[in-house]
Ligand binder design. Structure first.
Ligand SMILES: [Zn+2]
Length: 74
């Protein structure tokens, strides 16, 4: 069952609810009891898949603040 993130506009709390997709657009009530909530756009966990992390850039630079190659380092 997908999880949906909501945010309360009354107290600013964020919370998530597990509900069916048919209920995705149903109004949600804040844990504090507020009804003024908005559904946040979030990635829906899909069963059978795993989010692949982006490969970290490797190499380059010599400790940060290297030459930009544009002549700034004279
Ligand atoms: Zn609230």
């Amino acid at each position: 069952m997908p999880r949906y993130d909501f945010r309360c506009r009354s107290c600013g709390a964020t919370f998530e609810l597990r509900r069916t997709m048919a209920q995705a657009n149903d109004p949600a009530v804040c844990p504090e009891g507020h009804g003024d909530t908005v559904k946040l756009l979030s990635t829906v966990a899909v069963t059978g898949g795993s989010a692949a992390a982006a490969p970290a850039p490797s190499g380059g630079g010599g400790g940060g603040g290297g030459c930009c190659g544009g002549g700034c380092c004279g």
